[in-house]
Design a protein around this ligand. Structure first.
Ligand SMILES: [Fe+2]
Ligand SMILES: [Fe+2]
Length: 455
């Protein structure tokens, strides 16, 4: 009997040691800088890495990749079988980019909710390995908020050391965030993905992280992305707003839904926000039952460095629009500093549920950090500059969004947890008549002129 007990204790000890070692091993699977640097040239020169974009809802997924102009027959297949048995072919739409490469796009529709799919695409006629992605399951999902990965910002962007360091930082943040929250459904990137909108190398490095073969990215146009059209060839956004009036060279906004949430991604670069207002209205009208109205835009109007104190005056344009359209949450970047506000409506702090919460994310790669906020703005709930690459995780459950923000080097929280709760969708929007819209434009124009003269 004693012998039996000894054998049992020894087995238990071995089991504990094995599980301890395996958990340590799995916690330590991040790519080391030396390994990233060893493959850097491949990452920088490879435009063929495929990118996923969220579809209009859980039943769709978008894909985009570049190929040589001699690659005449790009193909894509997918299946629910990991060996791609009985794979279906999807139609590939091809267009010529300004850099001479082809942009190939695929839109999958009719996917089953909460399912894993496998896919492969051709690179110069050869099928890639099979990658997987999962579709959203419903009301419960997680989204990762990042901003200003801005590959090439930490120094001279022509310097390979700079690009290598920034892209390593970006990859590391994704590995830490997605390693900590492996059930994340998609990534929200609040703009400035690259330092220079015309640099295909920088886009190659943005898309280099292996995790991006399986997780879609919804990206806003930053002031470093909007002025050259590469963005629109490298992302395949759903429900793109076919521009009225002025449109950025890289495209315009789009929207999609997940569970109870409507995400509206607007372009805050063209200082003529009324067309962005139209996009918000159209998106809300198309999704009247969405419980949450969430906007993502690059510029933070209530960020770490003061709303009204800002000289760009963007808050004058956008705050009244968000008030009128009853946006629950606005996600931004641009300041390269973390800032979460109390709910704001009509230029005042109001109770939760009565106004818009603004959340600006710090740099996700560490390529540039804004200065320490000099004083706390009147609307601040948590504004900080931790001088470390950061990300926020948005957890969605029925009637609830839980937001936590972390520094990627230590997984320490940089802000308190915020829980937003809501039981019913906001009331239907009152559509403005063309005359009311005209009056609004004049009023906005005069208000901005007045502010500009004062500044
Ligand atoms: Fe920016
Ligand atoms: Fe930036």
């Amino acid at each position: 009997m004693r012998k039996y007990r000894h054998v049992l204790s020894l087995s238990l000890c071995i089991l504990i040691l094995v599980s301890l070692f395996s958990s340590l091993a799995s916690a330590n699977t991040f790519t080391a800088f030396e390994d990233w640097a060893a493959d850097y040239d491949t990452y920088k020169n490879d435009s063929r890495q495929i990118a996923l974009s969220p579809g209009s809802d859980e039943s769709e997924m978008g894909f985009a990749w570049l190929s040589s102009p001699l690659d005449l027959n790009p193909a894509f297949k997918y299946s629910s079988d990991k060996n791609l048995k009985n794979a279906k072919r999807a139609e590939v739409a091809t267009s010529l980019t300004p850099i001479g490469q082809l942009s190939n796009k695929v839109n999958l529709k009719g996917l089953k909710k909460g399912s894993v799919y496998y896919y492969s695409y051709t690179i110069e006629g050869v099928w890639s390995e099979a990658y997987s992605f999962k579709t959203g399951a419903g009301d419960n999902f997680k989204a990762l908020l990042v901003a200003d990965s801005q590959i090439g910002r930490s120094g001279d962007e022509r310097d390979d050391e700079v690009l290598c360091r920034d892209s390593f930082g970006w990859n590391n943040t994704l590995e830490v965030a997605l390693g900590s929250f492996p059930d994340t459904d998609f990534i929200l990137s609040a703009g400035d993905q690259v330092e220079s909108a015309y640099s295909n190398d920088q886009y190659n490095l943005f898309f280099a992280p292996a995790t991006l073969r399986s997780i879609p990215v919804a990206a806003a146009l930053g002031n470093h992305d909007f002025y050259f059209p590469l963005y629109k060839y490298r992302f395949n956004n759903p429900n793109e707003f076919e521009g009225e009036l002025i449109e950025s060279p890289a495209g315009s906004g789009f929207w999609f839904t997940r569970g109870q949430a409507l995400f509206i991604v607007i372009d805050s670069n063209i200082p003529f926000p009324l067309r962005q207002e139209k996009l918000i209205e159209d998106a809300v009208k198309a999704n009247p039952n969405a419980l949450w109205r969430i906007v993502m835009m690059h510029h933070s109007i209530y960020g770490a460095y003061g709303g009204e104190a800002r000289t760009d005056n963007l808050w004058r344009f956008y705050a009244p629009i968000f008030d009128r359209t009853e946006i629950d949450l606005v996600l931004s970047g641009h300041d390269h500093a973390h800032c979460r506000t109390l709910p704001i409506k009509g230029g005042k702090v109001v109770d939760y549920g009565q106004g818009t919460v603004y959340l600006s994310a710090n740099s996700s790669s560490g390529s540039k950090f804004g200065r320490e906020p000099a004083e706390t703005p009147w609307y601040a709930a948590g504004c900080t500059q931790p001088k470390a690459a950061c990300f926020s995780l948005l957890g969605f459950e029925e009637g609830k969004i839980t937001i936590n923000s972390y520094r990627a080097d230590s997984m320490e929280r940089i802000d308190e947890e915020l829980v937003l709760e809501k039981t019913a969708p906001s009331p239907e929007l009152k559509q403005l008549t063309p005359f009311e819209r005209f009056l609004e434009s004049i009023f906005t124009f005069l208000m901005v002129m007045k502010a500009s003269i004062k500044v």
